[in-house]
Design a protein around this ligand. Sequence first.
Ligand SMILES: Nc1nc2c(ncn2[C@@H]2O[C@H](COP(=O)(O)OP(=O)(O)O)[C@@H](O)[C@H]2O)c(=O)[nH]1
Ligand SMILES: [Mg+2]
Length: 272
Amino acid sequence: MHKGMQQMMTRLKKVDCVIEIRDARIPISGNNPKFAGLLRARPHLLILNKADLCDMSHKESVLEELHKDGIQEVLWTNCKEQYKKTELSVYNVMVIGIPNIGKSSFINAVRRTHVQKGSATAVGAKAGITRSVIEKIKVSANPKIYVYDTPGVLAPEVKNISVGMKLALCSCLQDHLVGEDIIVDYMLFWLNRHQKFQYVTEFELEEPTDDILFLLNHVAKKNNKYIKHRSLDSNQGRIVYRPDFTAAANIILQKFRAGDFGPVMLDAKINN
Ligand SMILES: Nc1nc2c(ncn2[C@@H]2O[C@H](COP(=O)(O)OP(=O)(O)O)[C@@H](O)[C@H]2O)c(=O)[nH]1
Ligand SMILES: [Mg+2]
């Protein structure tokens, strides 16, 4: 990350404006204090992307929290759908943010509305897969606007376990580093705590559960995911099958991340 960071600081001198992007579901947890210096150096705009997956009923309290942090300009976006034109009239723009919150998608969405020719910037579904080279993309011909994408340069700050779990749940950390089953355990805890029970219907359960092993077992069986292994007991050597918990965890995570359990605001404070 060091080389990328240095490149970014040098580049910043030539930049007229900074766009910081965060995942709308973790507008506070997705922050990194190291960005603050960068943001203050130039006019900045905070974009909360993946608004399609976010529970917008918390909009006002989130804005209040961000204002306290000195952030004035906030824009919600959804880069999966046609991007709505904003009133940016700057020339060199730097887009910053932790991995996988939609920086490249945002740049491409802006670009699509203004220029058809030239190359887009790569969108990747896994955290931290893009190499640390700054790409310059022309997003508008007239007026000429260039945007610097900053792939994989800034790591999220894992302040505590709950922030770490929220980042993992939104795929800002690599799943295998945390453990798919542990991320699902946190997801289940969070959904229950916030009384979001859509998963009960999605998985055809009889009632909410806080038993992660029960859920993994249920989902593995329903999706016919089994692991073949040799039995070690009295049946020595016989091939047996057991439910594949990692496959089940991945199915559950994929559904959560697609918004199938409803929109969420992971940074919401609990009022009950
Ligand atoms: N649901 C949803 N997914 C998005 C949105 N923007 C980006 N994504 C997805 O998030 C993932 C990471 O996007 P990418 O642009 O590569 O993120 P970057 O690492 O910040 O450049 C990809 O799978 C995108 O398809 C959005 O507004 N809504
Ligand atoms: Mg990218």
